[in-house]
Design a protein. Structure first.
Length: 309
């Protein structure tokens, strides 16, 4: 019964993929055409609501609401533990059941932490991600395992209770689609030679450069003493070369972004084969159905009497 319920959630996810893309594009349009208000605006969708809704981004407060991940943004952010704790759990799943590389862990967390970028938090709709960054994430996470959350129908790292998991490239070969399936909006910056102003999108690099500028101009922030200059230099060098998809293995004291780096992947051969076989069966069945129907109407009653292969 449990296997059937899991297959149901993945089938529903694929049947509603077109609708999801439509909603993502609608949110993306809203985010691009709407001006940043300077105050925190909850993104909606599967993202938790900001507790600082209607207020400007500010320094994260210590205590129960302090950031549990994405701490590199704690100087100025709309996030609290409500946003960062789920990200921390996601990274742990990606490191263990997802069998992700260190590079994948770092880029996936940076993608999820985009919501904590102060420039992202003041714009309506889900975080808008640059296409080039999405390509880098998929390239790094091509062999990591992901599944569909049964509640949100969003692509997330594979967990121990997920019966159907597939590698990143098995879900999609498009970086843009990969980010969209994960609940983000995506744009491709326009050619500057066309004379058009590029709309904002999160690419990771500019966020790190901005944080570097804050660190240099802030003379009273005691956290500067914690940061090791050589590690910071390595961090910024990686950020500037983000599109090359280099492997990274570093940590930056208490300001570390990549919580997932500290978790080691554990390969489970038998579990992997079971999940891979279930995923492939479901994917093949869905591909046949989607070819047969140009418009798919999903009804739970239609599942009655279905036979397992």
């Amino acid at each position: 019964m449990q296997r059937k319920e899991k297959r149901f959630s993945v089938r529903a996810f694929h049947c509603l993929t077109a609708l999801l893309f439509t909603v993502c594009n609608l949110y993306c349009t809203l985010a691009l055409t709407g001006h940043a208000s300077g105050k925190c605006v909850s993104p909606g969708g599967s993202f938790p609501r900001f507790s600082s809704e209607g207020m400007p981004p500010r320094k994260s407060l210590k205590g129960s609401n302090d950031l549990t991940s994405c701490r590199i943004f704690r100087k100025k952010t709309c996030c609290s533990a409500a946003q960062t704790h789920p990200i921390l759990l996601s990274i742990r799943k990606l490191a263990s059941e997802g069998e992700a590389s260190q590079e994948c862990l770092a880029l996936w967390e940076l993608l999820e932490c985009s919501i904590c970028d102060p420039r992202v938090g003041v714009r309506p709709g889900p975080p808008v991600i640059c296409k080039s960054f999405c390509d880098s994430v998929l390239q790094a996470c091509a062999d990591a395992f992901f599944a569909v959350d049964s509640l949100t129908e969003i692509l997330m790292p594979c967990g121990s209770r997920d019966m159907i998991c597939g590698r990143g490239l098995e879900w999609t070969s498009s970086g843009s689609q990969f980010c969209q399936l994960a609940g983000f909006s995506v744009i491709e910056p326009m050619d500057k030679s066309a004379g058009l102003e590029n709309p904002f999108c999160f690419d990771g690099r500019t966020s790190i450069e901005m944080l570097d500028a804050w660190d240099r101009t802030s003379q009273t922030d005691s956290s500067k003493k914690v940061l090791d200059s050589s590690l910071l230099q390595e961090f910024y060098q990686w950020a500037r070369q983000l599109d090359t998809g280099e492997r990274i293995s570093w940590a930056v004291g208490g300001m570390v972004l990549t919580a997932g780096i500290i978790f080691m992947s554990k390969r489970r051969g038998h579990s992997y084969r079971q999940k891979q076989a279930a995923f492939q069966r479901t994917k093949n069945m869905l591909e046949v159905r989607m070819k047969q129907q140009s418009v798919i109407t999903f009804s739970p009653k239609s599942k009655k009497g279905g036979k397992k292969r």
